[in-house]
Ligand binder design. Structure first.
Ligand code: ATP
Length: 400
C-alpha cells in the first residue's frame, strides 16, 4: 500500500500477558488478589487471615472472569450493541479491524465503530493499546471514545465519526495550498501530540492516513486516530521504550538502532509528515526496507525539485529541527508550537501556492507503475484499505 515497501511493524508488548479483564471499566492492573495477599504478608499480617483473604479475592476474581466471559454476558453485550446502533456502511478495514459508520438509534447521531478481532494475539494487543489510550484522553484533536462493547472474540469501540476524509484528499481537491495552510494543520496535530506526551503517551504511528478531518467544511478540525501501536508510560514516569514498531517511512533512527527511545519518535514522524505536507513526497524512500532504514539512519534528505524552491527557509528549518538524528536535540511538541515558522504563521514568507507541485508529486506516486508496486506490497501485508495516498501505510510483522 505504502509508497515504500512498507508494512507497519507491530510490537510485542512486554510480557504480553493480555488479560481479558481490560474491558469496559476494568483495567488490567485492577486484577490483583495475589498482589493484595503479598502486600499484606509484607506487613506481617496474620497468616490465616491473609490466606483467607487471598482465597476470597481469588474466588471473586474467578467469579468476575466467569461472569465476564459467560456466553450470556457477551451475548448481552452484542445484543445491547445492536439495540443501540444501526450499522450503515463500511468505512474501511485495518489489519485486525473493520470500521463502520453507524447511527445511534435513539439520537440518530452518526458514529464510527471499530470492530476489532481479539481472537488473535496481535489484534488483542492493538485493541488493548488503543483502549488504554482512548480511555484516558480528551482533546479536540484526538478522536473521542464514546463506549465499548465486548463480545467473546470481538470488541466494538464506538468513537466520534470523522467525515471530512484524509489530509491529502483535501489538499488535492482544493485549489490552493500554502505554507500557512500547512501550519494550520500542523498546529492542530502538534497540539494533540503535546497533550498525548503530557500524559506520557507516545502514538508511535503518526502518519497522514491517521489524521482525519472531522467534517467536510473548510474550518474542520483534524483528529488524530489509530492508537493501536501507542505506548502509555508507566506510573513511575518511565518513558523509555524498546519495541521495534511503526511504519517504516516514519520510523525514527533511534528505533532502528534498537536503542531505548522516548516520545521524541513522534516528533521525528511529524518531521516526515511536514516534509510530505509541503512537497507531496517523502524525505526517506526506498522500495527495499533495509536501504530505506540505512537512509533514515544517515538522516540524509534534501530539498531538491519542486516545490522546494518556493518553500521558505523557516519551514525548512522547522523540518530540520524535527528530522534531527540526535533525539535529545530534536524539537519537543512544545518547542515546535513555538518555532518562529509556526508562531508567525508564515506571515514573513511568501504565500506561494504549492498545491500544483504537491498534486503533481502525488499524481506521480499514483501513476500506473507505482500503483502496480503498491498493490503488490498491499497483498504482502494483508491490507485491503482503499486509501489513495498512502505513505508507508502498512505494518510488517514484529521484528523484535
Ligand atoms: N473515527 C473514525 N471516523 C472515520 N473513519 C475512521 C475512524 N477511525 C478509523 N477510520 C477509518 O477506518 C479505516 C480503518 O481504520 P483502522 O484504524 O481500523 O485501520 P488502519 O489504521 O487503516 O490499519 P491498521 O489496523 O493496520 O493500523 C481507515 O481508513 C480509517 O481512516
Amino acid at each position: 500500500m505504502g509508497c515504500g515497501t512498507s508494512s507497519k511493524v507491530v510490537p510485542e508488548l512486554p510480557g504480553s500477558s493480555f488479560h481479558p479483564s481490560w474491558g469496559k471499566g476494568v483495567g488490567r492492573e485492577s486484577c490483583g488478589p495475589l498482589q493484595m495477599g503479598q502486600g499484606e504478608a509484607g506487613h506481617g499480617g496474620h497468616r490465616g487471615t491473609r490466606e483467607a483473604a487471598v482465597e476470597a479475592a481469588q474466588k471473586m476474581q474467578v467469579a468476575r472472569y466467569r461472569a465476564k466471559f459467560d456466553p450470556r454476558v457477551t451475548a448481552r453485550q452484542v445484543y445491547l450493541f445492536f439495540i443501540r446502533y444501526d450499522i450503515q456502511a463500511l468505512i474501511g478495514r485495518g489489519s485486525f479491524s473493520k470500521v463502520v459508520r453507524v447511527e445511534q438509534r435513539v439520537t440518530k447521531k452518526p458514529f464510527a465503530i471499530k470492530m476489532v478481532e481479539t481472537g488473535v494475539k496481535e489484534g488483542r494487543e492493538a485493541c488493548e493499546s488503543e483502549l488504554n489510550v482512548l480511555r484516558r484522553v480528551r482533546h479536540c484533536n484526538i478522536v473521542q471514545l464514546i463506549e465499548i462493547f465486548e463480545a467473546q472474540d470481538r470488541v466494538y469501540i464506538v468513537m466520534e465519526l470523522a467525515t471530512g476524509g484524509e489530509l491529502f484528499d483535501r489538499i488535492i481537491s482544493q485549489g490552493t495550498f500554502t505554507e500557512r495552510d500547512a501550519i494550520i494543520i500542523l498546529k492542530m496535530v502538534v497540539d494533540g501530540v503535546r497533550y498525548l506526551h503530557s500524559l506520557q503517551i507516545t502514538h508511535r504511528d503518526l502518519k497522514p492516513e491517521n489524521l482525519l478531518y472531522y467534517h467536510p467544511g473548510a474550518e474542520s478540525k483534524i483528529l488524530i486516530t489509530d492508537f493501536g501501536l501507542a505506548h502509555s508510560g508507566n506510573k513511575n514516569g518511565n518513558w523509555s521504550m524498546n519495541t521495534f514498531c511503526g511504519t517504516p517511512e516514519y520510523i525514527a533512527p533511534e528505533i532502528l538502532s534498537r536503542k531505548p527511545y522516548t516520545n521524541a519518535v513522534d516528533m521525528w514522524a511529524l518531521g516526515v509528515i511536514t516534509y510530505i505536507l509541503l512537497s507531496g513526497s517523502l524525505p526517506f524512500e526506498d522500495e527495499n526496507h533495509m536501504r530505506l532504514y540505512r537512509k533514515i539512519l544517515k538522516g540524509k534528505y534534501n530539498y531538491k525539485g519542486e516545490p522546494w524552491s518556493n518553500v521558505s527557509n523557516s519551514a525548512k528549518d522547522f523540518i530540520d529541527r524535527l528530522l534531527t538524528l540526535d533525539s535529545n536535540h530534536r524539537m519537543t511538541a512544545g518547542q515546535a508550537l513555538n518555532h518562529p515558522w509556526v508562531m508567525t504563521m508564515a506571515i514573513t514568507s511568501p504565500m506561494k501556492n504549492l498545491q500544483r507541485s504537491i498534486s503533481w508529486n502525488l499524481m506521480l506516486r499514483a501513476s500506473p507503475h507505482s500503483q502496480c508496486s503498491r498493490s503488490a506490497r498491499a497483498s504482502e501485508s494483508h491490507h485491503s484499505n482503499g486509501s489513495k495516498h498512502t505513505w508507508g501505510k502498512n505494518k510488517t510483522g514484529t521484528l523484535g
